[in-house]
Design a protein around this ligand. Structure first.
Ligand code: NOJ
Length: 739
């Protein structure tokens, strides 16, 4: 009953807003409407005379990169009190993984496999951003990312549509809260629509080629889910998809988003991406570019002036109707009403808690804790026992870097809030062991002084060498793609030299992407992957190394053995010649003078095989888990039914632990070929040492639906496998029929 009432309330609220939008539109001149479609950069601590004039004249509807609430209020005052109609500005900013308090990069957040926590994190970010006068963030980035060379993989939730969907929706809910007009809510933006993650060779801004069935089955589902969850805005991708850059892509924005998904929110270009349509070679100049972006349906132009300069002319020539402009401006005004900006245009920072308040830091801390993935732990090298160690070496360029542990996209992040691994270990170990620090390299690259010799001396006198390695923040993120993704600079050599001392090595790697670890893995006794863990990375790492808490993170991306395996993802197609361990031949085993043959050969690389170094979903704990007794509550499923899948998980080790049990399915025969496995569920299960717990999953028949050969969406009857296990490569399998 309540639900029904709520829905009716929502409907009448939305009708009331629509009415206000129509009333306002009726009073606006064409120039004022075009002004609403214009977003400009407001970086700086003062208001420029040009910007003030543009706002006063109704030529600016939104600003990006607001520096602080005081500037925001000043701009807003001009909009509200000095422009003819007093329409408030909406202020946007990239608030990607925190504002002042920084949480792990989104890829690290995905490694938590904890959507509730991601939602809480977005809430914290929203509150801090709102205190600064920001109403709208350009997040979440829900681009499926399967190429670790791409710098923006850091900003993504990884390679999998299901995990990305869970995380993306959680982030939207965290930013937007229950009601956009609440003082702590900000509008979210689903970006980049669509397919940006498929940039060829991982080179940022590069062309993408995505067939429609791949687009619809892999790249679009997180966007559809975000639209269904009520995300306020969508952003066009910079990239070219099938010959039509996203900013002019009518198929994406009109047919799919507005037509099929009935999306009623607002859309925006990416930075200057309408003008760039001419650089793509799609349009001849800004007028043509504005025309095509309008046809596609981009409501607002970010940081460009194609709309400002050309819409009026396009209308005069009859190429675009004013009715169309009204619809687009209506979407923008609706967002402003939903945000409550007409009633509450100003920000009072005192309405909000301090930046970096204990609650915010606690969320950043928990997220960092849960994001750490233990990749290797030979001979129980971890956890460290501080009572048994007398000398500990802390080595490396990422041990004590308050800024670099924050990761990409942290314009507002405050490194003063950071606690580094070095200082957290000092606090944790206290006087119980001697700590010896050697930075060894000025940075992770070849960028300054190097002192590997002193690191070796430091390691020689220690019982264990903790090596803090990786990439500085600037090596990932937008426009920061890499063609080689080994540890950069002389870090591999550093490991080898420390290894030669005989002191056990624990490598802690902070990076914005999966790195290729093949060269270093054998030399390390343990490897803890920390992504860029944010403000509280240090304590999270220290507590995990010393066993105060167990590692619980799981990989949201497959880790390649070699860069040549990219793009790499577990949910690939089977091919006509699927690789198996029996068919793989190593390059060195091929006899000299062999004749060309393909008989019996399968889809693998001679020098890398076909398996990833670490599969999607992988992560060790300080204990072991065994899966047994997989059961399905029925052998057959009909459309509309739910399959209940249960499995017993036993903690066979000596320590308590948390397992993330993962459910995968395979549709064996389809009207188009289907992936060999697809994640369809996961859950975190705390299991005490020696205990067995039963995990239960519900698999709904509609989760088996896909875009079929005839381009309709639905299921197809036939044989399915279901696995439950600890990662995409392991698990127990049963089969059922969909009838
Ligand atoms: C370009 C990026 O592609 C986009 O993600 C970001 O939101 C805008 N710049 C604004 O900074």
């Amino acid at each position: 009953m309540n639900k029904v009432l709520n829905r009716m309330d929502l409907q009448s609220e939305s009708n009331a807003i629509d009415q206000k939008v129509q009333d306002l539109l009726a009073r606006m001149t064409l120039a004022e409407k075009i002004g609403q479609m214009n977003q400009q950069d407001a970086t700086g601590d003062t208001v420029s005379a040009d910007m003030a004039e543009a706002i006063r004249a109704g030529r600016l509807g939104s600003v990006i990169n607001l520096s602080n609430a005081a500037v925001g209020n000043e701009l807003q005052k001009i909009a509200v009190e000095e422009s003819r109609l007093g329409i408030p500005l909406v202020a946007a900013r990239d608030v990607i993984h925190g504002f002042k308090t920084i949480q792990p990069i989104p890829l690290g957040q995905a490694a938590t496999w904890n959507p509730d926590l991601v939602q809480e994190g977005a809430r914290v970010a929203a509150l801090e951003a709102r205190k600064n006068g920001i109403h709208w963030t350009f997040a979440p980035m829900i681009d499926i990312s399967r190429d670790a060379r791409w710098g923006r993989i850091a900003e993504s939730f990884g390679e999998d549509p299901f995990l990305t969907t869970q995380m993306g929706v959680a982030m939207v809910m965290g930013f937007q809260g229950d009601d956009l007009s609440d003082n702590g809510s900000i509008a979210a933006c689903a970006k980049h629509f669509a397919g940006y993650g498929a940039s060829e060779t991982g080179r940022d801004y590069n062309t993408t080629n995505i067939p429609e069935n791949e687009l619809r089955n892999v790249y679009l589902p997180p966007f559809k889910a975000a639209a269904d969850a009520g995300v306020a805005t969508f952003m066009a991708s910079f990239s070219d998809i099938d010959g039509i850059p996203a900013s002019a892509n009518e198929f994406l924005f009109q047919q799919v988003l507005r037509g099929e998904w009935r999306y009623e929110g607002m859309t925006i270009s990416d930075w200057d991406s309408i003008r760039q349509l001419s650089d793509h070679g799609l349009t001849d100049g800004d007028r043509d570019a504005a025309h095509q972006a309008l046809i596609a349906g981009l409501d607002m132009e970010m940081a460009g002036d194609a709309y400002l300069n050309h819409i009026e002319g396009l209308i005069d020539e009859g190429l675009v109707s004013e009715h169309r402009i009204d619809q687009m401006v209506g979407n923008i005004l609706r967002l402003k009403f939903q945000l409550g900006l007409f009633e509450n245009p100003y920000t009072d920072p005192d309405d909000f808690e301090e930046y970096g308040n204990p609650a915010a830091m606690a969320v950043a801390r928990q997220m960092a804790d849960e994001s750490l993935v233990l990749l290797k732990n030979d001979n129980a090298a971890l956890p460290l026992d501080k009572q048994k160690l007398s000398d500990i070496a802390i080595i490396g360029p990422m041990a004590d870097e308050p800024y670099e542990q924050l990761g990409t996209w942290i314009f507002d992040g405050d490194p003063d809030l950071s606690i580094t691994p070095k200082s957290a270990i000092e606090a944790l170990v206290g006087n119980s062991a001697r700590l010896h620090y050697s930075r060894a390299l000025e940075c992770t690259r070849n960028c300054g002084w190097e002192d590997i010799d002193s690191a070796v001396l430091t390691a020689e006198k220690a019982d264990v060498a903790l090596l803090f390695l990786g990439e500085e923040s600037i090596l990932s993120g937008e426009a920061h793609s890499r063609a080689n993704i080994n540890l950069p600079g002389r870090q591999e050599e550093l490991i080898q030299k420390v290894k030669a001392t005989g002191t056990p090595i624990v490598a802690v790697i902070q990076a914005g992407r999966p790195l290729t670890l093949t060269n270093i893995l054998d030399d390390c006794d343990a490897v803890l992957y920390a992504w860029h863990p944010g403000s509280m990375g240090g304590p999270a790492i220290a507590d995990t190394l010393f066993g105060v808490r167990p590692p619980t993170g799981r990989l949201p991306v497959s880790f390649p053995r070699a860069v040549g395996q990219l793009p790499l993802y577990y949910n690939h197609k089977n091919t006509g010649r699927p690789a198996t361990d029996d068919t793989v031949i190593a390059i060195d085993d091929i006899p000299i003078g062999s004749t060309q043959t393909s008989l019996g050969m399968t889809a693998f690389h001679l020098d890398a095989g076909y398996r990833p170094l670490f599969p999607f979903g992988f992560g060790l704990s300080y204990t072991e888990f065994e899966y047994a007794n997989l059961t399905l509550d029925r052998p057959e499923l009909t459309d509309g039914q739910t399959l209940t899948v249960t499995v017993d998980i036993t903690n066979t080790g000596k320590r308590d632990g948390t397992e993330i049990a993962q459910l995968y399915v395979r549709d064996h025969v389809g009207s188009i070929t289907r992936p060999i496995k697809e994640l369809k569920g996961f859950q975190s299960v705390d299991v005490r040492a020696g205990e067995t717990k039963t995990a239960s999953f519900e698999l709904k028949s509609e989760q088996l639906a896909f875009y079929r050969r005839n381009k309709s969406f639905g299921t197809e009857p036939g044989k399915f496998s279901v696995w439950v296990g600890p990662n995409a490569d392991e698990g127990i399998e049963l089969q059922f029929q969909l009838i």
